[in-house]
Design a protein around this ligand. Structure first.
Ligand code: FES
Length: 332
């Protein structure tokens, strides 16, 4: 059976290809397709719209605030809050949020309670104006801080800023409408204010998310441990003058500087966003962070230029038996 089947198959095959088998000369197959050149490589995918928008806005913000300028970058330092020793933005934001919230309460009062129809709209009018002025300060300090962010925190910050900017526009309209009325009473102004307050509340939630979930503006040296006692970190013979050395004590990286017979040491991790100060530039006892340009004085760790707002933890230094020893100043 199998033999017969095989024979039949062979016969069929033979008849269907009789022209080629009769001559035993391979017939060239006519070319039906021409070789196509390889396709050019696909262009890299476009970054998301939010990234492209953030790039443009950050560039503009740095140009305006001097974030890319040379030290001392006074406007950047002013807006960051370096002079205050604390981020300035969260201090200012409390004012418009509180003013607009109380203004909304006053609006509800004069709309719902006839006896409040005189004083409540006046109060709302004043508070909306105060909130508007303070919001401009919050806007400037916020955009100065946001211009140094990256990745997810930058995206959240973008939405945070866009919502707050929308609120500023809404409250500007609301203020204008209120001052068109001698009594301060304007139902459209109150409604626009309610919408603006909604935007502010969502924006405040996102601002909290930036700090508590993403760590924006959190002091990166806050959890650094301090050793119980002095710890030897470097032989004196290896410490050249005016050179930054990265050493470690109690598991914490520290930068060490020798000037003449004096030694100075501060935390090596920049408190602003964690930049490595040992990779920064040293000028006259001041180190500039390689990431965003904050400058710290080695002598006492003080922040001289923003965006950093808090000084670096400083370390006491002594020499024993040819070794440089350090210990966290104050032991905190
Ligand atoms: S990490 Fe931002 S200035 Fe150092």
């Amino acid at each position: 059976m199998s033999s017969s089947s095989s024979s039949s198959s062979s016969s069929s095959s033979s008849s269907s290809s009789s022209s080629s088998s009769s001559s035993d000369v391979p017939v060239p197959t006519p070319a039906t397709e021409t070789a196509t050149p390889p396709a050019p490589p696909a262009p890299p995918p476009q970054p998301p719209f939010t990234d492209r928008l953030s790039d443009v806005l950050q560039k503009g913000a740095k140009a305006v605030t001097g974030g890319n300028g040379k030290a001392p970058r006074r406007l950047k330092t002013l807006l960051s809050g370096t002079w205050l020793g604390h981020p300035l933005h969260p201090v200012i934001t409390d004012v418009p949020v509180a003013a607009w919230l109380i203004a909304a309460v006053f609006d509800v009062l004069w709309l719902a309670v006839p006896s409040a129809a005189v004083w409540a709209p006046r109060g709302a009018q004043t508070l909306v104006g105060i909130g508007l002025v303070a919001a401009l300060g919050a806007f400037l300090t916020g955009i100065a801080d946001w211009s140094d962010t990256y990745g997810a925190e930058r995206t959240v910050g973008l939405y945070h800023g866009l919502l707050n900017s929308s609120a500023i526009i809404l409250y500007a309209v609301s203020t204008y409408l209120r001052f068109q009325q001698s009594t301060g009473q304007s139902t459209p102004a109150a409604i626009v204010g309610f919408v603006g307050l909604g935007a502010v509340i969502v924006a405040a939630y996102l601002g909290g998310d930036m700090v508590f979930a993403k760590g924006t503006a959190v002091n990166h040296t806050a959890w650094e441990a301090a050793g119980e006692d002095f710890e030897a970190v470097l032989p004196v013979a290896e410490a050249a003058e005016n050179t930054l050395y990265r050493v470690t004590t109690a598991g914490v990286p520290v930068i060490l500087l020798r000037v003449d017979a004096q030694y100075y040491a501060i935390a090596a991790t920049c408190g602003h966003a964690g930049g490595p100060l040992d990779e920064g530039t040293l000028t006259n006892g001041v180190v500039q962070c390689p990431w965003h340009g904050s400058r710290f004085r080695l002598r006492d760790g003080r922040a001289l230029t923003g965006p950093a707002t808090m000084g670096q933890p400083r370390y006491d230094v002594r020499v024993r038996d040819g070794m440089i020893e350090v210990k966290r100043h104050g032991g905190h």
